[in-house]
Design a protein around this ligand. Structure first.
Ligand SMILES: O=C(O)CCC(=O)C(=O)O
Length: 286
C-alpha cells in the first residue's frame, strides 16, 4: 500500500510513489512503509511545497538496463543533489550539518584526484577542473542500504553499471560487496577499513580519450549482515559538454572519438538505458 497523498508513476514497469517532498511523506499519517524509490515532482499543487528548499529534495533515479536481466534487487537508497545547490533531509537532527561537511570534504578529495589526473596526462593541474566547470559541477550523495539476504546467490544489491560523471568516491561499512569487472570477471574489491574507493565515470573516459576508463561495477549482497555504502558521484556542471581534451587530440593527432553532449543531456538521454552508453556517443570513422 502506498502512503496517501502521493500519485503513482510507472518506472521500469514498477509503480513508483511520486511525492513533492520527503516532509510530506514523513508526515503522512497513513505511512505504513517507506518505498525504496521516489520520483520528485516540481508541481506545487501536489502535496507539500516543492519550492520550499527546506522541504523539497530532488531525488535522481538513474536508469539501469534491467530489461535483459531478471533482477531481484535488494536495497533501499537515497540520492540527494548536494552541489551546486545543497539539499538535505530535515531529519534526523544533525544530518544536514554532517552531510554538508561530508559533501564539502569529499569534494576537496575529488578535486585533488582531478588535479592528479590532469597532471598524469601532461596537462596543467587545474585543466579538468576548469574545462568541466567543476565549481558548478553536479554532486550527489547516494546512501545505499543492503539488508542481509537469505539467498544472496539469487539476488543482487545493485545491477552492473558505470557511473555517468567524472569520478565517484565510495565508502562502505565493514561488509564488503562492491565488485568491479576486470578482464570479464567480477572481482570483489578489498577495501581497507575507512578508506574510500575512487572509480572513474563515463565523462572522464570521454575527456581522456579512453586513457581513464569508466569502470563497470555492481554490489552483491550477503546473508550475514547489513551492508551500507555511501557513494559520492561527481560530474561536470550540467551545461558542460564533455569532449575529448583538444590538447590530447592535437598531441596524438587523432580525430575526436566521441560526439559532444552536455552532461544534462547525457544523464537524461533515453540511450542511457542501452548499455554500454558510451558506445552510442562514439564517432563512427569510415
Ligand atoms: O554499494 C556499492 O558498493 C555500489 C554503489 C554504487 O555503485 C552506486 O551507488 O551507484
Amino acid at each position: 500500500m502506498a502512503p496517501t497523498g502521493t500519485s503513482m508513476e510507472a518506472y521500469n514497469g514498477h509503480e513508483v510513489p511520486k511525492v513533492a517532498s520527503i516532509k510530506t511523506l514523513a508526515d503522512s499519517a497513513a505511512l505504513t512503509f517507506v518505498p525504496s524509490e521516489y520520483t520528485y515532482t516540481k508541481n506545487p499543487n501536489e502535496q507539500g511545497d516543492a519550492n520550499d528548499p527546506e522541504h523539497s529534495i530532488p531525488i535522481l533515479i538513474f536508469p539501469f538496463s534491467h530489461q535483459d536481466l531478471l533482477i531481484n534487487e535488494q536495497k533501499d537508497f537515497l540520492k540527494v543533489i548536494v552541489h551546486p545547490q545543497f539539499n538535505s533531509l530535515y531529519k534526523p537532527a544533525g544530518y544536514s550539518e554532517v552531510s554538508l561537511e561530508f559533501s564539502k570534504r569529499t569534494r576537496e578529495v575529488a578535486t585533488e584526484m582531478l588535479k592528479g589526473i590532469s597532471e598524469s596526462l601532461g596537462l596543467e593541474g587545474h585543466y579538468i577542473v576548469k574545462a568541466m566547470n567543476w565549481d558548478r559541477g553536479l554532486q550527489i550523495l547516494a546512501a545505499n542500504y543492503y539488508p542481509a539476504c537469505p539467498q544472496p546467490d539469487k539476488a543482487i544489491g545493485l545491477p552492473p553499471h558505470t557511473d555517468h560523471g567524472l569520478v565517484t568516491l565510495l565508502i562502505q561499512n565493514e561488509m564488503g560487496g562492491l565488485e568491479v569487472k576486470h578482464k570479464d570477471q567480477w572481482v570483489l574489491v578489498n577495501v581497507a577499513p575507512g578508506a574510500f574507493v575512487v572509480t572513474i565515470g563515463d565523462q572522464m573516459q570521454i575527456l581522456t580519450k579512453d586513457k581513464y576508463k569508466s569502470i563497470w561495477h555492481r554490489a552483491v549482497v550477503n546473508n550475514k549482515a547489513t551492508r551500507i555504502s555511501i557513494a559520492v558521484p561527481r560530474g561536470p556542471s550540467l551545461d558542460t559538454p564533455a569532449l575529448p581534451i583538444p590538447e590530447l587530440l592535437e598531441r596524438e593527432g587523432q580525430a575526436p572519438k566521441y560526439i559532444g553532449m552536455t552532461y544534462e543531456k547525457f544523464i537524461a538521454s533515453p540511450a542511457a538505458l542501452i548499455k554500454p552508453f558510451l558506445d552510442h556517443l562514439r564517432v563512427k570513422h569510415n
